[in-house]
Ligand binder design. Structure first.
Ligand code: FMN
Length: 151
């Protein structure tokens, strides 16, 4: 299984979350590529069974929160019909940001697998390994080939 993790980070928190996600998928046996959205390996992304896309939550802390720098995500290659899990990092609430990220994915025809927020704040972030394991598990369950058991 091949997984491409693409992230947009301003101060490094989303990058750290992306690395934790990539490590978690790798521990589960996947081949993982991890890239800032502005510098992806197009061939790897094209071949991947699952795309993971993450950005941080931008807004006025509560009011008008949205996925940050969506313009950079718009520059990614066509992802219609592709399976993708989305994540946002946040400090206050991921709700509005995730909602808009989901709408963005729908507009692009993405086959949305899972979405999740990670509370990340500066160098003293709490341990997100439990949440990351959850993200990985839910994503992999949804893309794993199912044994229909006809025999
Ligand atoms: C300009 C700015 C606006 C932000 N607005 C919000 C917000 O409205 N709601 C929220 O939960 N977090 C908000 N945050 C927090 C970031 O989403 C959070 O710290 C994120 O993890 C930062 O990711 P980064 O370290 O990759 O840049 C904001 C951060 C910045 C810099």
């Amino acid at each position: 299984m091949k997984i491409a993790v693409m992230y947009q980070s301003l101060r490094g928190g989303t990058r750290r979350a992306a690395i934790a996600i990539a490590n978690s998928f790798q521990s589960s046996g996947a081949t993982v590529g991890i890239y800032p959205v502005t510098n992806i390996d197009a061939q790897f992304v094209l071949d991947a069974d699952l795309l993971v896309i993450g950005t941080w939550t931008d807004g006025l802390f509560g009011i008008g929160a949205k996925p940050a720098q969506i313009g950079k995500l718009n520059a990614l290659p066509d992802m219609s019909q592709r399976k993708a899990s989305l994540f946002v990092t946040y400090e206050i609430s991921p709700t509005k940001s995730l909602q808009q990220f989901e709408e963005w994915a729908q507009e692009r025809g993405i086959d949305l697998i899972h979405q999740q927020g990670f509370k990340v704040r500066g160098p003293f972030s709490k341990d997100i390994s439990g949440e990351v394991a959850d993200f990985t598990q839910k994503s992999m369950e949804a893309i794993a080939p199912t044994d229909v058991g006809l025999g």
